[in-house]
Design a protein around this ligand. Structure first.
Ligand SMILES: C[S@@+](CC[C@H](N)C(=O)[O-])C[C@H]1O[C@@H](n2cnc3c(N)ncnc32)[C@H](O)[C@@H]1O
Length: 291
C-alpha cells in the first residue's frame, strides 16, 4: 500500500482531530505514548502471534503503534497507519523517517477510504475506532479491505463508570465551567462502552468469530505532566481553550486536588478499563456456477 492523501469530509470529528484535539495529541505525544504503552505492547504481542504480512493501524495518530509493528514485522512485510488528522499524520511520518522504519501513513477517513480490496492480513487500533460517525460503514469498509480470515484486533474504552479517572476532571470542573454532557453511544471516547452493541455492529458489518474481552491495564504518567494533561485533553481541556485566564485558573485549582487519589510519589497511576475486540473476516462469497 502506498502513501496517499484524500480529502476528509468536514465532520465534527474531522474538525476536532484536525484542530484542537489533534494539536493537543501532537503536543502531548511523549506523555500519551508513555501512558498508553501497555496497549501498544498488547497489540505488538498479537501481531507476533498472527505473523501477518500486511497490517493496517486505524486511527494511528502520531504513529507509535504503526512504527512498533513495522519494526516487529521487518522490512519484507508492511504496516500502514491511517488517520483523519493531518497534524498527527505529519508527526507520524516524521517519526518513522527519524526511526528509519519503513511504514506508510495515509491521511484519510478510514470509514470511506478506498483501500485496495482484500489487501490486509491484520487490522489493529489503539483507541482509534470509536470516533466514526457511521461505524457500520466504517467496519464494512475495513472488512472489504481485509483478505479472507484476516484478524481485526482493536482496543477501545469500556464505559465512563468503569473509568473514573477519565471523568475526574469534568466532575470537579462542573461547578466552574459549562461542559457538554457525555452522551452514550455518540462518536467519542466511550462510544464502544456497550459490548453487545459493538458485537452487533461487527456482525452486521460482516465480521465473524467476534470475541470481546475486558482488559484492565495500569497506566501512568509523570505527576508534573498532570496539569498540562487536564488543561488540553477531554471535555475540560476542550472547554478551557475558550475560557479566559481567570476561569482557567479557577478550574485548574478545583480540578487538580480531585486527582490526589491517583498520585503515587512522582507518578499518577490509574487503571484503564478497556475492551480487547477481536474478529475475523469471513471467506468471500463465491458466485454459484450458472446452470
Ligand atoms: C484517541 S486518538 C488515538 C491515536 C493513536 N491510535 C494512539 O494510540 O496514539 C484517536 C485517533 O483516531 C483518529 N480518527 C478519528 N476518526 C477517524 C476516522 N474517521 N478515520 C481515521 N482516523 C480517525 C484521530 O485523528 C486520532 O488520531
Amino acid at each position: 500500500m502506498t502513501s496517499s492523501t484524500s480529502t476528509p469530509p468536514a465532520s465534527a470529528q474531522s474538525t476536532l482531530w484536525n484542530g484542537h484535539s489533534g494539536h493537543a495529541w501532537v503536543d502531548l505525544q511523549p506523555v500519551l505514548d508513555q501512558m498508553f504503552h501497555p496497549f501498544l505492547d498488547l497489540l505488538v504481542d498479537a501481531v507476533k502471534k498472527e505473523s501477518p504480512r500486511r497490517v493496517l493501524d486505524v486511527g494511528c495518530g502520531t504513529g507509535s503503534t504503526t512504527i512498533a509493528i513495522a519494526q516487529e514485522i521487518g522490512s519484507q512485510d508492511h504496516c500502514t497507519g491511517v488517520d483523519i488528522s493531518q497534524p498527527m499524520i505529519d508527526v507520524a511520518r516524521m517519526r518513522a523517517r527519524q526511526t528509519g522504519v519503513s511504514a506508510d501513513f495515509v491521511h484519510a477517513d478510514a470509514q470511506t477510504h478506498d483501500f485496495p480490496a482484500a489487501s490486509i492480513d491484520m487490522i489493529v487500533s489503539r483507541f482509534g475506532v470509536m470516533f466514526f460517525d457511521r461505524p457500520g460503514e466504517a467496519f464494512a469498509n475495513l472488512r472489504r479491505a481485509s483478505r479472507e480470515g484476516a484478524l481485526l484486533n482493536v482496543i477501545a474504552w469500556r464505559g465512563a463508570a468503569d473509568n473514573p479517572f477519565m471523568t475526574t476532571a469534568e466532575r470537579a470542573a462542573g461547578p466552574y465551567i459549562e461542559l457538554p454532557a457525555r452522551q452514550p453511544g455518540v462518536p467519542g471516547q466511550f462510544a464502544f462502552a456497550d459490548q453487545d452493541k459493538v458485537a452487533t455492529l461487527l456482525k452486521d458489518s460482516g465480521w465473524r468469530d467476534i470475541d470481546i474481552q475486558p482488559v484492565d491495564v495500569e497506566c501512568s504518567l509523570p505527576e508534573r505532566e498532570l496539569v498540562g494533561y487536564i488543561s488540553r485533553l477531554g471535555p475540560v481541556g476542550l472547554a478551557l481553550q475558550q475560557a479566559d485566564a481567570a476561569t482557567r485558573a479557577r478550574v485548574i485549582d478545583a480540578v487538580r486536588p480531585a486527582f490526589d487519589q491517583y498520585v503515587h510519589g512522582d507518578d499518577i497511576r490509574y487503571v484503564a478499563a478497556c475492551w480487547s475486540i477481536r474478529a475475523r473476516s469471513p471467506a468471500r462469497e463465491t458466485t454459484p456456477p450458472q446452470p
